[in-house]
Write a protein that binds this ligand. Structure first.
Ligand code: PFF
Length: 456
């Protein structure tokens, strides 16, 4: 359809797209959120459900999202409007884009606060604060940070400024270069951490915890655990809000979408599993509680860095890389709304990025205050940070994903999808995707929703 390029720029190569999309997918979701959520639901069974969700729901929806983005070549809102017009269906499909913008605002607001913790830990690691730390000391350090709204605000502000600066310049330029060396470096460091955990932690117990599925561990409400595993898959793969869609819109028309999606999802999953394998052996060896919540890695890793030789340097590099990983994800969270402001409101990129950044920054203040001075303000029993995290990952992203799957599987002409994916309709790959995106992915999400609210 319309054009073969986007006004916001194009990736210089297929590799650039893979790097940027992997940069979006790999972030705090893998290293911070995956271990603590798996820990909350007892490990193995959760991990198994998570992996099933990545394969059966995440992968086909990722292909659909890239495909829709590349066909529309605009911000998710305008892409959905244009494709809906092409297919002769209601313009209301653009609501999908709006829901994505809302999800992006909410996610980035708490994401930036957690990225702020990571920044704070760069300084702590560099200053040797973790030296000799035991579980109690690591816990005390973490509690002191979370209880201090001014420090949290300073770090949150710094991270938002970093994010706005890159988005203001345009994502296609800086991102490729940053991710090219960052991803391999993070990967190597995580592998070394797993190696350390195998020596110093209780590796056998850690592996059993993560990979031996005991379905009783899902707790009294397995529907809730399954919903969280599915939400984690959407969150970690950056799906359901238009981030991958807009990155797809900067992809040239020849690249194979299926192969790219498999590589991106594969790397994302590998990083999450490595993070788990680095953390749980240390958690279990030190008598920490795997289900202790969002502070898990911040209370666990300092013990490791405090005891290993060269831990100050190693810890600093590790948290720096984690900041970078968070940064490349945050950029993708801001990009869809910025592209829309540029397209529809005639904003310059810097102004659009600044405006989006300020809104997110304000919401982020509510999140960081919910950890301390506003801790008694709750909605459905959750403070703002927990609430935004829960509602986006477990409700908004999967809901967005269902609509993306329905649009790709039921609304777009089959011939358009074949053409865009570059697959012959009779090929096994196309037919597998077709069944997954039409039936399996939407049905699974809806069933998981219904199960979680107790209707089935
Ligand atoms: N996938 C990112 C992570 O795992 O840290 C977070 C994220 C980025 C979620 C972009 C959603 C999104 F659209």
């Amino acid at each position: 359809m319309s054009s073969t390029t986007s006004i916001h720029g194009m990736w210089s190569s297929r590799l650039a797209f893979i790097l940027a999309a992997t940069g979006s997918a790999v972030g705090l979701g893998n290293v911070w959120r995956f271990p603590y959520t798996a820990g909350e639901y007892g490990g193995g069974a959760f991990v198994l459900v998570y992996l099933a969700c990545v394969a059966a729901i995440g992968l086909p929806i990722m292909m659909a999202e890239v495909m829709i983005g590349r066909r529309g070549r605009q911000s998710p809102i305008n892409t959905m409007r244009a494709l809906a017009r092409d297919e002769g269906v209601s313009p209301l499909w653009q609501l999908l884009g709006w829901m994505g913008i809302l999800a992006g605002f909410l996610i980035l607001s708490f994401y930036s606060v957690i990225a702020g913790w990571t920044l704070a830990y760069v300084v702590r690691a560099g200053a040797g604060t973790f030296s000799g730390a035991d579980a109690a000391a690591a816990e005390a350090l973490f509690s002191a940070l979370v209880a201090d709204p001014e420090r949290l605000l300073a770090w949150h502000t710094i991270f938002m400024v970093m994010t706005v600066l890159v988005v203001a310049r345009g994502v296609a330029s800086g991102l490729e270069r940053a991710v090219r060396w960052l991803m391999p470096a993070l990967f190597v460091l995580l592998a070394l951490m797993v190696f350390y955990a195998a020596q110093a932690g209780d590796f056998a117990a850690g592996l059993e915890y993560m990979f031996y599925p005991d379905f009783a561990e899902l707790g009294a409400h397995p529907g809730e655990a399954v919903l969280s595993a599915m939400g984690q898959a959407f969150f970690s793969l950056s799906l359901g809000m238009g981030a991958i869609m807009i990155y797809g819109s900067y992809l040239n028309s020849r690249a194979s979408i299926g192969q790219n999606a498999i590589i991106i999802a594969g790397m994302d999953t590998l990083v999450a599993l490595l993070a788990g394998m680095a953390i749980f052996p240390i958690v279990l060896a030190n008598g920490l509680e795997p289900g202790s919540g969002p502070g898990l890695i911040f209370q666990t890793l300092p013990i490791a860095f405090g005891q290993m030789p060269g831990g100050a340097l190693f810890g600093t590099v590790f948290f720096v890389l984690l900041v970078f990983a968070a940064w490349t994800s945050a950029i993708s969270l801001l990009e869809p709304m910025v592209a829309w402001l540029v397209e529809n409101r005639g904003f310059s990129r810097p102004r659009a990025a600044a405006l989006g950044g300020v809104v997110v920054w304000l919401l982020g203040i509510a999140c960081l205050l919910s950890l301390n001075v506003w801790s008694d303000i709750t909605v459905f029993g959750k403070g703002f940070l927990d609430l935004f995290d829960y509602v986006t990952a477990n409700v908004l992203l999967p809901l967005g994903g269902v609509f993306i799957a329905i649009f790709a599987g039921w609304i777009m002409r089959r011939a358009s999808s074949e053409d865009e994916l570059g697959l012959r309709g009779s090929s096994l790959a196309f037919r597998a995707w077709w069944v997954l995106v039409r039936f399996v992915a939407p049905a699974c999400v809806v069933l998981v929703f219904l199960h979680a609210i107790g209707l089935i």
